[in-house]
Design a protein around this ligand. Structure first.
Ligand code: ZN
Length: 82
């Protein structure tokens, strides 16, 4: 009985592995720097890619009127240029 089920189980397992590998390939690392969801967080404020000290990398940031900007990745608000 188990001898008949084994090929099917192996096939399903193979398809699952292929699907996981494919899903990982569809999400390249650069997508995480500017997530699509973060664009909605900007709202009425302009968004620009600014260097974030916390992330230590360029991040999409929401620009505020006082010159400060909030990193949309770690949500750290930097002090504006006084
Ligand atoms: Zn950050």
């Amino acid at each position: 009985m188990t001898g008949e089920m084994l090929p099917w189980f192996a096939l399903v397992l193979l398809l699952a592995v292929v699907a996981i590998v494919w899903a990982l390939r569809l999400t390249p690392p650069w997508v995480s720097t500017v997530p699509v969801d973060d664009r909605d967080v900007c709202g009425d404020e302009p968004c620009e890619v600014m260097h974030c000290r916390t992330c230590r990398a360029p991040r999409l940031s929401s620009m505020h009127a006082d010159g400060s900007h909030t990193c949309l990745t770690c949500l750290t608000t930097t002090a504006g240029d006084q």
